[in-house]
Write a protein that binds this ligand. Structure first.
Ligand code: ADP
Ligand code: MG
Length: 697
């Protein structure tokens, strides 16, 4: 249950003073539904009204608060002209200027002869100082309140700044004092304010430096948010691990036979990753491990050997791919590597398909439930509830970006204490891995199989398109296969498609029926059909929008053309280039760009030209674009932080992760005084799910 102290923060924001249903709805859209959401809605600017000069000393363009006497009113003589109010102090005269001013209101607020305090931006019009539409008009005794600094908040259309400011003020009044959840020694060392004080400070900036992410109050709140997130991950993980796994060490007999017939030796990185994985499999706890490796780094064989260890110990393994085509390709690869009598590997497609490969689906389901199938390969169809295992021991999830972080856990509910291995070909910068996966264990394939020729990457202006096409003609004559990727036109799939269709027509004009087209709006059997034709060489030039199946392996493809490469992200270009250079022939990647290039685009293209190291590219991508953009929240399942900024607060993320790990080790039930305070923190950041996990786990 949520601690009572937090209740005032979880009442609807609409109950705040001055926020009726109308503004309430806007605030909800802007910040969120609860009072606490207003606390998290931080100012991004400020207006300083402390500057209180005499009229003659008020510089042009500066915000100022002036004490003046009202001398006269000049209503407009012509419609459309402004209403002017003349004011003076001992140094000069000032006009207050109102467009569409109502005489009634103005004479009441600014009676002739009265002394008033006005605040606004001073401008000079024909050398005459004036303020157009003062932000504030007050009586003399308002002077103190007017001469203040006002926070500026991000707004949404229809919501007046003053209304939001008042609502935040009210939320701050309702904000309780909470127990300190940070580690005392760490907290003291930082010199940070207590939580309530920190919240008050971030909403009361005094100057620009108070708005920066390195302000102590902002850092404190960022740390709180990161800590809550890391704790939630750590608690869930602890729950996973505590549910005892079982040792699935295997005796090595199946693995040995594969290694004996493998046409190559494992790379050092592969052996290392495999050792880490099999150590986890053999241990009492459940494995939760991420295998990162560039496209072509050889993850498949590692996954196979891991699955065989599980099969050796009598359990089953599942390999989940993002698309059916990839699932089929995995089936083919694995069946080639494993002697047929040793292991029963099957492909299971979705419920809609009566047959799954060579057998009826129902028969495969029986074989799976009976434990006859050792390794099942499929798509997310493996989640379907008619899919029952006799004893699922290991779930391997390939290219999990397509699945979302939480979905990966679903497979593990299909068995008892299932070990999970997630494979990703998108190297993720370290800080982001930490965020998305918490302290998931990691193995990295940092080394490519030997004998790979580097890809020759070149940037070519689109103006030289004809030369490029001529060059491709010669390549095709010599047997090459070519990918031609058309860019994503923002926000419009139809426009993408138009560009790709046009390019397809153009290239068909040059190369005839050896040109194929795949795009996102095709039905997947059609798309698979074209891909299959490309795989077996009937199609030689494959024009594609960015849908080229992640991980598809066509070793004979040696050319990758990316049109408008300047529109692609670094990681995306790297992924695309990874489609080639998989065979023994030299490959070329042509990045066609339209001039002029922005500095950022130029930097991206240079980086891609200069290195093929996916991990280095990922870090550079993070540097160029910032964390928010690197793995769009939607596809990565990255949490959206409201207070923490992964670029500015990366150092805090490391500490929060270690802190969370210590807490879950020392106080796994959160019952010490600090543990109690941490519960409050988790509820404050709405990580209740993790707390619930704690109770039942
Ligand atoms: P990934 O899934 O990581 O992109 P794959 O597992 O598809 O990479 O491997 C890419 C290619 O490299 C495959 O053709 C595979 O047979 C080959 N390969 C894998 N490991 C090695 C190795 N140690 N030595 C040589 N070739 C390898
Ligand atoms: Mg792969």
């Amino acid at each position: 249950m949520r601690p009572q102290s937090l209740n005032p923060l979880f009442v609807p924001a609409t109950s705040l003073k001055g926020l009726g249903p109308r503004f309430g709805r806007l605030v909800e859209k802007l910040a969120g539904p609860h009072t606490v959401d207003l606390l998290w809605h931080l100012p991004n600017g400020l207006i300083d009204r402390r500057f209180a000069p005499k009229i003659a000393d008020a510089p042009d363009g500066r915000m100022a608060t002036l004490t003046v006497r009202v001398d006269g009113h000049t209503p407009p003589v012509l419609a459309g002209r402004p209403y002017k109010v003349q004011c003076t102090d001992e140094t000069g005269t000032l006009d207050l200027v109102f467009f569409h001013g109502k005489t009634d209101w103005l004479t009441r607020r600014l009676p002739i002869g009265a002394s008033v305090v006005v605040s606004g931006r001073v401008e000079h019009f024909n050398d005459q100082p004036q303020i157009v539409h003062p932000d504030h008009i007050g009586a003399l005794d308002d002077k103190a309140t007017l001469e203040a600094v006002e926070p500026v908040y991000p707004l949404t259309g229809g919501l007046p700044a003053k209304v939001l400011i008042r609502a935040v003020k009210e939320a701050l009044v309702r904000t309780p004092t909470l127990p300190e959840w940070q580690d005392q020694a760490w907290f003291n060392r930082q010199g940070w304010p207590a939580w309530r004080e920190a919240v008050a400070q971030v909403h009361a900036p005094e100057d620009e430096s108070d708005l920066k992410p390195d302000h102590p109050a902002r850092r404190r709140l960022a740390y709180d948010e990161l800590l809550a997130h890391q704790l939630a991950l750590a608690l869930v993980r602890q729950g996973q691990k505590r549910r005892r796994g079982r040792p699935l060490a295997g005796d090595g007999r199946l693995r040995q036979r594969v290694l004996d017939t493998l046409p190559y030796a494992l790379t050092g990185a592969q052996s290392m990753a495999l050792a880490e994985i099999t150590a986890d499999l053999g241990a009492e706890f459940r494995m939760l491990r991420l295998l990162q490796g560039d496209v072509g780094s050889g993850k498949t064989v590692v996954a196979l050997l891991a699955m065989l260890a599980v099969v050796e110990s009598g359990a089953q393994a599942a390999l989940m791919a993002p698309t059916e085509l990839l699932a089929r390709q995995h089936l083919q690869t694995l069946t080639e590597l494993v002697a047929p009598n040793d292991v029963y590997i099957a492909l299971l497609t979705g419920r809609g398909n009566a047959r799954s490969g060579s057998r009826p689906r129902s028969e495969l389901l029986q074989h799976l439930a009976a434990g006859e199938i050792d390794i099942v390969i499929g798509t997310h169809a493996l989640f379907q509830d008619d899919v029952v295992f006799r004893d699922l021991g290991l779930a391997v999830i390939d290219e999990q970006h397509r699945f979302g972080v939480h979905q990966r856990m679903l497979l593990s509910t299909k068995g008892n204490a299932v070990d999970v291995l997630v494979m990703t070909a998108t190297p993720i910068p370290r800080t982001l891995t930490l965020t998305a996966y918490g302290d998931m264990d990691q193995s990295k394939l940092t080394e490519k199989p030997p004998g790979r020729l580097p890809v020759d990457t070149r940037t070519v202006s689109l103006e030289r398109l004809d030369e490029v096409v001529d060059g491709l003609a010669r390549r095709i004559d010599r047997g090459a296969q070519i990918y031609w990727v058309c860019p994503l036109v923002e926000e419009s799939e139809t426009a993408d498609l138009a560009a790709a269709t046009e390019r397809h027509a153009h290239l068909t004009g040059c190369f005839g029926d050896r040109v194929g087209l795949v795009h996102g709006q095709m039905k997947s059997p059609d798309r698979d059909g074209v891909m299959a034709a490309f795989i077996d060489g009937r199609i030689r030039v494959l024009v594609a929008t960015t849908v080229i199946e992640v991980g598809v392996n066509v070793p004979s493809a040696t050319v990758m053309v990316v049109e408008h490469a300047e529109r692609f992200g670094l990681a995306q270009l790297h992924q695309l280039r990874g489609r080639i250079g998989r065979g023994t022939d030299a490959s070329t990647c042509l990045l066609l760009y339209a001039s002029p290039l922005t500095n950022q685009a130029r930097a991206r293209l240079r980086m891609i030209r200069e290195t093929e190291d996916g991990f280095a590219i990922a870090e550079e991508d993070l540097r160029l674009r910032g964390a928010g953009d690197v793995l769009g929240t939607k596809q990565s399942g990255l949490p959206a932080f409201r207070l923490a900024n992964l670029d500015a607060h990366a150092d805090l993320l490391d500490v929060a992760r270690d802190d969370a790990r210590l807490v879950t080790e020392r106080d796994p039930t959160l019952t010490t005084p600090r543990g109690e305070a941490i519960r409050t923190l988790l509820y404050l950041f709405e990580r209740d799910a993790a707390v619930r996990y704690l109770r039942t786990g």
